[in-house]
Design a protein around this ligand. Structure first.
Ligand code: F6P
Length: 364
């Protein structure tokens, strides 16, 4: 099998996250050192595959990138080759450009492709694999919402960033006797809010999986106040919503695989708490800070293991699969298992149980 593969491609798709460079580095090093493969890096995700924008990756190309956030290859969450945004007669339309991807891969003699991405990019990878492209997926996202893997890399760093923010909000909340609301990312899953809230000792954590009742939240804040704790920390996932109401959509991105961008629920929660309890409240929206910065050791190690495993998977011919953490091992799972449904926080799971047991209000 080893001799059949001469040149592989690698790309990073979707929103960036810390640890992407660790994977790229591992793919390039392992491919060159262990298997003597050539590596082509496609620029800006699938856009590079459609537009034939690429660079040859050498060992020198990945020197020093392990601690760096972002992706040296660039990325975009707008350019799905099967519904590629183009302007025709001044209007945005989407066209199937998959034939161009196949032609470019053929012309470049790419024998296999490593796609590092979240559910959107891995869905595209799955479609390409059905067209005969030899694909291996690598799961990334700060949201940790991909099925068939224990964790996605990037999540641990995002949780560390959010926890640091909670620690900082604690001291100012306590000094001013205020309620501090922190809105964190995570799309339709509450993993970042729940884990950072637990790590930071939040008093209230609101996640999409448990619709909240604002009165329960205010009861918790008032109860603390009456007990002499005149401040509270409330962590709100961007997808959290009151019982019977929908999520707050900030805007839509027409060219994106998932056009909805959430945001704004933190402001609503803060305003409602201040109105009902009369306690001064302030809101912080952490935003893209969660996507940046140097990856934690956990994400560097996970990214390295996944990158190495992706190249080994190519050498072993395990195409159409994703490399996945099933603690303590890295295994291969069919791509379809990773994308068929989002991994949400189990409401009867251990994390939620632990949060309740230490007195955290989950809004229900
Ligand atoms: O999926 C990662 C993520 O950061 C989500 O948590 C967030 O909802 C979204 O991407 C933001 O997307 P954009 O970078 O397009 O604003």
């Amino acid at each position: 099998m080893k001799n059949e593969i001469k040149r592989i491609g690698v790309l990073t798709g979707g929103g960036d996250c810390p640890g992407l460079n660790a994977v790229i580095r591992a793919v390039v090093k392992s491919a060159i050192i262990d298997y003597d493969y050539e590596v082509i890096g496609f620029e800006d995700g699938f856009k590079g595959l459609v537009e034939n924008s690429f660079r040859q990756m050498e060992l020198a190309s990945v020197a020093g990138i392990l601690p760096k956030g972002g992706t040296i290859l660039g990325t975009t969450n707008r350019d799905n080759p099967f519904a590629y945004p183009v302007i025709v007669d001044g209007k945005l339309v989407k066209q199937d450009m998959s034939h161009r991807v196949l032609a470019n891969l053929e012309a470049l003699k790419i024998d296999a492709l490593v796609v590092i991405g979240g559910d959107g990019s891995l869905s595209i990878a799955h479609e390409l694999s059905q067209l005969g492209v030899r694909v291996i997926g690598v799961p990334k996202t700060i949201d940790n919402d991909l099925s068939a893997t224990d964790y996605t890399f990037g999540f641990n760093t995002a949780v560390a960033t959010a926890t640091d923010a909670i620690d900082k909000l604690h001291t100012t909340a306590e000094s001013h006797h205020r309620v501090m609301v922190l809105e964190v990312m995570g799309r339709y899953a509450g993993w970042i809010a729940l884990e950072a809230g637990l790590a930071g000792g939040a008093d209230v954590i609101l996640i999409p999986e448990i619709p909240y009742n604002i009165q329960s939240v205010c009861d918790k804040v008032n109860e603390r106040y009456a007990a002499g704790k005149k401040f509270s920390i409330v962590v709100v996932a961007e997808g959290a919503h009151p019982v019977g109401e929908g999520m707050v959509v900030k805007y839509t991105v027409a060219e994106s695989h998932d056009p909805i961008r959430l945001g704004g629920i933190g402001n609503k929660v803060g305003a409602d708490i201040e109105k009902i309890t009369g306690i001064e409240s302030r809101v912080t929206v952490l935003g893209h800070l969660q996507r940046g910065g140097s990856p934690t050791p956990f994400d560097r190690i996970l990214g390295t293991r996944l990158g190495v495993a992706a190249v080994k998977s190519i050498a072993e011919g395990r195409f159409g699969t994703m490399v996945s953490l099933r603690t303590p091992n890295i295994v291969n799972v069919p791509l379809i298992d990773a994308i068929h449904e989002l991994k949400k926080v189990p409401v009867d799971g251990d994390l939620v149980f632990a949060a309740r047991s230490v007195g955290i209000c989950l809004g229900d």
